[in-house]
Design a protein around this ligand. Sequence first.
Ligand code: ADP
Ligand code: MG
Length: 725
Amino acid sequence: MATSADAQIATGPITFRDLHLRKVEELRGVGEKRTADLHKRGINSILDLLMAYPRRWVDRTHECRLKDLQPGVEAMVLVEVRSVNKRMTKNRRSLVTAVVGDGSSRLTLTFFNQPYREKQLREGLTISVFGKADEYRGSLQMTNPVVDLIGDRTGRIVPIYPQSEEHGIKTWEFAGWVENALSRCEARGILDPLPESVIAELGLLPRHEALRNIHMPDTMETKEAARRRLAFDELLRVQLVLVGRKHQLEREALGISHSTSQKMVEQFIGALPFPLTSAQQRAITEISQDLVAGHPMHRLLQGDVGSGKTVVAVAALLQAVEGGYQGALMAPTEVLTEQHASGVRKLLEGLVVTDAENLFGSRPLRVEMLTNRITGEQRRDVLQGLEEGTVDIIIGTHALIQDAVKFNKLGVVVIDEQHRFGVEQRAALRDKSMLNPQGLPIVPDVLVMTATPIPRTAEMTVYGDLDVSVLDELPPGRTPIETMWASGEQSEAELWAQVREGLKLGQQAFVVCPLIDESEKIEAAAAEDTFQKLGFGELKGLRLGLLHGRMSSQEKETAMETFRRGETDVLVATTVIEVGVNVPNATVMVIESAQRFGLSQLHQLRGRVGRGGEKSYCILMTNYELSKEAKKRMETMVETTDGFKIAEVDLSLRGPGDILGTQQSGALNLKMADLSRDQHVVTVAREAALRIYEQDPSLTEPMHLTLRNYMLTLFKNKPQWDKIA
Ligand code: ADP
Ligand code: MG
C-alpha cells in the first residue's frame, strides 16, 4: 500500500518500512539453514535483525593478561582454548575442565553440571572469560566463570548476542550479519522517525547512529548513549499507543453525563463516623468531575493498603444512582466481596432513592450481592432486579460478568484490587453497557482500584491510558506496624510467646501459610497442618479458626465471621486473606515461610493489621538459608511500611515482568528500556508523546510522517494502533 509520500522517501534515506521489507536471506552468509535458524528466533527482516540488540558488551580495554591474574580478584581475560576434558564426579555430576592460554600463562576453567561446555569450547576457539581465579594445587583455576565466545572479532568493545545450542547461531556470525546490514545502509542513511526538533531538544543521538553504536560501539560511553536513544524510542512508542488510546476514547466513545447533584453522596459522607482525609476528598472530586463529563471515565485509584479506597468507591457508585443509573463493584474473592457487601450496606443504611423521572416517589436504596454462592430463588431475584433496574448497587465477584447478568442502566463500574483480574475480565464488565437509540454502546464509567503501589514511572508505562488519582495519605490515628523478622527455632519460640502475650489482652492474630506451587490442595493441607500444630503446641488454649481456598463458601464465611466478631483469637489462613480483608481488632500478622512471598504480597498481607488504633505487629518467619534477594525482601519489610518505597525495591529486584504481570510487560516489549534505571526517560517520553499529539492528533502532518510509518511498521498486527493512526 505505497502512498506517494513513501515513493518520495524511497530515493532518500532508508525508512523502517524499507528495512522491514528486506529479508535476512539477502545478507551475505545467510543461507537456507541460517535463514531458518533466524526465523526460529523471530528474525525475518533486516529491521528485526537490527533490533535484535546485543545481550552484553565485552570491553576488551579492561582485559587482563593471565600472568597478571590475582587469586581472589575478579577479572576478565581473553584467551584461546587449548584442551577440553569431560568426566563425571563421584556424586554423578558432570565436570568439564578446559585449559586456556594467552601466551603469557595458562589457566584451568572448571564447569560443574554444564555438560554442554564440552561441545561449546573447542580447541583453538577464542573466548572471553570473566570470573574469580583461585589457587588450586599450585596453579590458578576459575570455577563456573562467565564465558563469551567472541571468535576472531577485533575491536575494543565486542557485542555478545544471545546464542543457544538450539539455533546454533554464533555471536560472531550474528555480529557479521549486522555489520553487513549496517554497512549497506551507510550510503543512504536510515531515516529518523523522530522530528528533528525533538531530537535536538532532548539531545538524543540520531537513530542511525544509535543503531550503529549499539551494535559496534567504540567505547562503552557511546554504547550507553545509543542505549538511551533506543530506550527513549521504546518508551515513546509505548506512550504514543497509550496516550493515543486515551485520546481516542475521549473523542469517540459515548459516555454518560452523570448527575451533578451530590445529595446522596453528601448524605453518605455526612453519616460517616470519621472525616474524610484530604486525599479522599481530592479523589472524590476528581472522580466526580469525570462522571459529570460526557466521555467515559477510565481512572485508576491508587492507594496504599488501609488508605480508605472503599469510601471513595462508594461515593462514585452513589453518584451514578443519584442520576438513575446502577453501580457495580467487583472484587476478586468471595471473602472480600462479602466483607464489602456487609460494609457498604452498613455505610448506606437509611439512604433513599428519589426517582424523579417516573414519579414513583422515593424508595430505599437497594444494595445486593452476587457470588457463585448465591443460587436458586435468591439469585433469580437479584438478576431480575438488575435487569429491571430495581437493584441500585451490586457487589460481586467475577460472577458479575457471566452472560446471565444483564443490567438495566449500568452507569459506574468499580473494580477493586484490579491486579487480581485479567484484562478481559475487566473489559467484560465495562462491555455490559446499554445501547443508545442508534444502537451504539454507551460505555459506563470505570474506576479501577489497586493497593499495589507501583512506581510512578512504571505506572505511566502500564496505565498510561488511564487517569490516576492517588490516596497518598493514611487516615489519622494509625500507629505504624512494627515488623520483626525471625529466623531459626529459638527466636520462633520467643515470638510465639510474644504473640500469646498480645492476645491475652483481647486482640487477634492472623497466621498465614504460604502458597505452595500454585496448588490450592497442598496449600490447604499445609494450612490444616499448621492449624493442628499450633492448636496443640505454641497456641494451645487459644481459640483458633481456619480459612483456606478448599473450604466451601459457607465455611469460609463462617470462619471469617467468627473471627470478625472476635469469637476466634487466631485465624490460620492461606493467602485468601491477602487482599482487602478488614478486621480492625486484629493486631498481629504472622507470616510463615515468609521467604516464599514477593514483596508486594508481604506488604498486602501486613496491611491486614494496623487498621485500628492499637499498635500492631508483623512477624516474618523464615527457617531456611535465604538467597540474597530473599534477605533483601525481609530487610525491606522491616525497614519500611511505605508502599511506594517497597514498590521501588520490588521493581529493582524483580524487573517489570513480574510486577506488572508478564502479559502486560511482554506486550510492552522493552528491550533497551529499564523501568527502574530509566525513570527520567519515561517521563520525558510521556511528555514528548503528549506534545506530539497536541500538535497533530492524527499524526498526519509531514513532520510526523516517518514516525507514523515507524509505528505502523512496528505494530503491523495491532489494530488498535491502526485505529489511532
Ligand atoms: P483500603 O484502601 O485498603 O481498601 P479500606 O477502604 O478498607 O482501605 O479502609 C480501611 C479502614 O479505614 C476501614 O476500616 C475504613 O472504615 C477506615 N477509614 C476509611 N477512611 C477513613 C478516614 N477518613 N478516617 C478514618 N478511618 C477511615
Ligand atoms: Mg480495599
